[in-house]
Structures are given as C-alpha cells and as structure tokens.
Design a binder for this molecule. Sequence first.
Ligand code: UD1
Length: 418
Amino acid sequence: MDKFVIKGGHPLTGSIATGGSKNAALPALAAALLTAEPVILRRIPKVRDIRTMQRLLVDIGSKVEGGPESVRIETPEITSPEAPYELVKTMRASSLVLGPLAARAGRARVSLPGGCAIGARPIDLHIAGLEQLGAVIYQSHGYVEADASQGLRGATVHFDKITVTGTEDLMMAATLAEGTTILENAAREPEVADLADLLMKMGAKIEGAGTSTIRIEGVQRLGGADHTIISDRIEAGTFLIAGAITRGDLLVTECPIEHLSALIVKLQQAGAEVTQQDAATLRVRSSGALRSVDITTEEYPGFATDLQAQYMALMTQAEGIAIVTETIFENRFMHAQELARMGANIRLDGRRAFIAGPRELTGAGVIASDLRASASLVLAAMAARGETVIDRVYHIDRGYEKIEEKLARAGAQIERAD
Ligand code: UD1
C-alpha cells in the first residue's frame, strides 16, 4: 500500500493548476448511458473513482476509449443493467447509473451502498423519486431493482433532504420520461448545473439547474455530445488552504472562483490574503498570524463538507478556538484523532469540533481514513515540524490526481513510497 512521506515547513510558492471536477465527471459518465451515440468528455480527472465508473460502464455495455485529453463513451446497447456490490462498495456514486439505466433500458439492478466511513449514506431518496416517476422498485439480497418497462412518466418530486447525486440521478431519469418532471428542493451544486449543460447538449430540455427547482421536459431520445467538465472546486479549495497553512504565496490556476465564495470569505477572515489575479486565478498569501474562524458545513452555496477536514487542519494553526460544525454527514471527524496525534488540540462533541490553536504540529505516523480526511493530513504534514508518514493514501488517489506531484512542484517536500 502506498504511503506519503512529507517533510513539513516548506511554504508553497509558484503556481498549481486545478483539474477537472471528479464530482461533475462521475454523473457525466453515467449520463452517457442515456444514448447510443458517442459522448466525448474532456477534462476528466485521472483519479481512481473515475476509473471505477469507467469499469462499471464497460460492464454495462459501453465502449470506453480514453485519450490524453478526453474520454469517448459509446453505448450501442445496454447489455447488463447492473451495478454490482463489488463496485458500489468502493464507490457510492455508482448508484448514479440507477436513473439512466431505468430510463434507457427499462430496468436497473444496483447494489445498496451500506455504511461508509463518513456516515450511513442511504439512497432512499433516489429510490422514492424513481417510484414517483413510475418505476416499480424491489429490494432483495442487498440490491435495489427498478422495473421501468412500462416507461417513466414525469412527476413532481420533492426531496425531503437535499441530495446531490439524488438530484443528478433523477434529472437524468426524467430526461427520457414522458411529460414534465419538477424536482423540488433540488441540490444547487455547480456539478448539478454542469450535468444539466451536458444533458442539454445531448438534446434534453431542462430549466433551473443550479437552483432548487429544476424542470425537465422529457424527450423521446438523446444524442451524442462533446462536453468539457468544470474545474474541481474541492481540489482548488484544498490548494488554497495549502497555500495558507504553509505560509506560502501561491497562485491557484484554472480555479472555479465563483464556486469557492464560502471558503474564500473564511480564509480572508482568518487572515489569509486571497486576491483574484484573473478570471480563473487566485493568489493566496499568508505571513502574519492566523485567527480562528468558525464554519458550519451546508449544501451549496454554503461551506462544502468536502472542505471541512482541510479547513480543520488550517484551524490548528489559528489563534483562538474555532468551532467546526458538520451538518451533512454524521461521522465526518475521523481526521480529528489523526490531527491530534500530530499535536492538534481538538475536542469533539457530537457534530461539533472545537479546535484550540495555534499548536505546533509535529510529524508522526498517521492513517488516511477517507478521501478528504487524507487531504487534511497532507496539509497538516506540510505545516508540521519534521517528517510525517501518511498510510493508506489510496483514499486520496480516489479524488486527487497526482496531488504529490502538484504539491512538490510548488515546493512541498512530499514523496510517494511503497
Ligand atoms: C455528494 C458528493 C460528495 C459530497 C456530498 C455532499 C458526489 C459524487 N459526491 O455525495 O463528495 O460530500 O455530495 O456535498 O457528487 N441522503 C439520504 N438519502 C439519500 C441520499 C442522501 O438520507 O437517498 C443523505 C446523506 O446520508 C447525507 C445527505 O443526504 O447525509 C447528503 O448526501 P448527498 O448530497 O446525497 O451526498 P452524495 O450525493 O452521496
């Protein structure tokens, strides 16, 4: 198993480029199942979750050809409308094929995800929505089976709770349903809007994606498209925090600035200087003392739960007590214990974490427990005195493309080891 060996104390300088968004690319790949024609996707990040999704598409019947800059997916026929447990257990987003398969093939069989490191993460809202579109759902042997052989019909679906992939799944299903679907209390994340852009290029009729009410007029068929994925706001946000925590002076390029407002405000309040250089470049500088600033994770446009762990690492270096409240997932503080092993002073109370700082962090052996938790350990290690060895970095490879190479080019002392 790969490890990262990091020597702390080196400020990040120069520039670091953001890649395509993993969370936008995953539903875009699933959307390709809605048509027999080729779909070309550009700026697909080369990360493990994307490889898992591509493997799933091949099992389902797609031809997937990857070039250096783009991926071409062609699915003349759905040969096996199924997402098996072996794939779903490694990547919950596999459930994104449920809606497209029900819509295109009239049936889908998808493993139920079960628990994961950060919480329960059920897909009950995807299932309830599909039922409202007329699919008959059975659950047995750990699988959910959707029978939509009579065709899907448009309906008004009100999500009890905001769900990102649930909104995407239902939006995809509704593109081929008969009549109009209205999704209420829909997720407003930029990745939902990017998926809608792709679907519209394929011929779908969608209004309101990016707002909490999405209206989809079903069409008979969808065609091929050529689409460039948006930049990854979580990767860019991680680099901004990296610049601040290492007391660097860093340019983050290809940065989706408008998607990062909540983080930028908090970084500025905490004393980091964040300035816009051009339409897609932010400069982050931090030399003076950092101040504690509380955050509460929320659905977009609130503070992203996917940046909570990284922000907590930063707060270990800030003066005062910062309160981090996690409202999206019930068990997303596993990084706190590992940060504590490096010297952080963190007390947990249910969904709140109290971080008292500044504390000098010292290098230690730590274990990555999930994707974003591992990013927070990389950040802490770059700010720590001495050497940190992070074990199980396969978690970070799920969502960050060659993060060690990108950080090393900006001056970090980081190496991958067996
Ligand atoms: C997506 C992102 C993930 C991010 C999360 C929240 C992708 C591939 N992943 O995950 O990186 O952390 O949004 O911003 O885009 N829930 C239910 N029932 C459901 C669905 C969700 O109760 O059917 C709950 C979840 O347990 C969680 C909350 O709703 O507490 C939000 O989850 P959701 O938005 O669905 O997260 P994902 O789409 O899985």
